[in-house]
Design a protein around this ligand. Structure first.
Ligand SMILES: O=C(O)CCC(=O)C(=O)O
Length: 325
């Protein structure tokens, strides 16, 4: 009797590795993944080589169309629920920077195993989320993103141990204002940028790199809902307006390895989502237990105040840090 029970158990556990992970397993349970049965979806050597030589990689399939549509609905329900609530800052601020601190969905997406496996192939086994940012352009609007290098105002210098995973939750193409990357441009140092004061440019300082990038040097990063791109922190990139009939929705997740270090602000914060951080360059932030909890709002405020020093450094005018609705 016992022997047959043991045999049955062995048979069941041998079958488990072939189980396909569902959105419940990966997105909604995030860190609770069962390492015993999870094999990982890491980048191949040729994908890694491509990332390091081009400075980006796409398209990577993360979610099916129906999973992406479910995530989009969750996000849009969240937007509808919170836009009318009396929050300390406009909802747009929480969408545009550090969403993982106050929005459970942003945290859940950023701790998804399938995304983290790809990121682990670039950063190594220890991974922190520095920021999650929803880049949403409404249909038929002029909003654009000037060509820039992300690391310019983040106070971490010219580092390899930061990567952005940009996940599409709508059709992202030239009509809807996809990102354009300049192949190999991550091999540059940080180049001079100018605050343009162009209201259509949705970056924090409406900044633009002082380089005239020719159209022929741009690669459009076309993604289906559920697909993702990765880009290096020094990649020169931007995006045009959305002239399509649908919203263009992207989730930009900034991942760092524990070796990254804030050098402009006195301290910086990040959330451990895989492995361990034995270095301690970042104050460790815990995942939110709900949306806009009192605790998470106060941590959000503390991070915003600390990071402002790096994000506004060198500006001659007020940088509102996305505090406009
Ligand atoms: O979503 C966009 O159009 C631009 C995003 C971007 O600049 C970034 O993720 O670094």
């Amino acid at each position: 009797m016992y022997k047959s029970l043991i045999l049955l158990f062995v048979r069941v556990s041998v079958r488990l590795p072939t189980r396909i992970l569902t959105i419940e397993d990966t997105v909604l349970n995030g860190l609770k993944e069962n390492k015993m049965i999870y094999k990982g979806v890491f980048l191949s050597d040729s994908q890694k080589d491509k990332y390091w030589s081009d400075g980006y990689l796409f398209p990577l399939n993360i979610f099916t169309l129906s999973e992406a549509s479910r995530l989009r609905h969750k996000l849009e329900d969240w937007e509808r629920k919170w836009v009318t609530k009396d929050l300390p800052l406009p909802l747009n601020t929480y969408k545009r920077v550090n969403s993982h601190v106050v929005c459970k969905l942003a945290y859940e997406i950023s701790s998804n195993s399938s995304i983290l496996d790809r990121v682990e192939s670039i950063l190594g086994a220890n991974i922190l989320v520095w920021s999650v940012e929803f880049f949403i352009k409404e249909p038929h609007t002029r909003q654009m993103v000037g060509m820039h290098q992300d690391l310019t105002y983040w106070g971490m210098g010219e580092i390899d141990n930061l990567v952005t995973a940009w996940l599409a939750l709508s059709d992202v193409n030239e009509k809807s204002g996809c990102m354009d990357f300049v192949r190999g441009s991550h091999k540059n140092k940080i180049l001079p940028h100018t605050d343009t004061h162009n209201n259509d440019n949705i970056l924090s300082r409406s900044q633009e790199i002082n380089v005239n990038v020719k159209d022929k040097d741009k690669t459009p990063i076309i993604l289906k809902p559920g697909q993702m791109s990765l880009h290096h922190g020094l990649m020169i990139h931007g995006s045009g307006p959305n002239i399509s009939d649908d919203r263009r929705i992207g989730v930009a997740i900034r991942y760092v390895s524990p070796k990254a270090k804030q050098t402009v602000a006195e301290k910086d914060y990040a959330m451990l989502v895989r492995g361990v951080d034995k270095i301690g360059n970042f104050v460790n932030v815990l995942p939110p237990l709900g949306d806009f909890t009192e605790d998470s709002l106060s941590v959000y405020d503390e991070i915003r105040r600390a990071q402002a020093k790096a994000l506004t450094a060198g500006s001659t005018s007020t940088v509102n840090l996305y505090s406009e609705a």
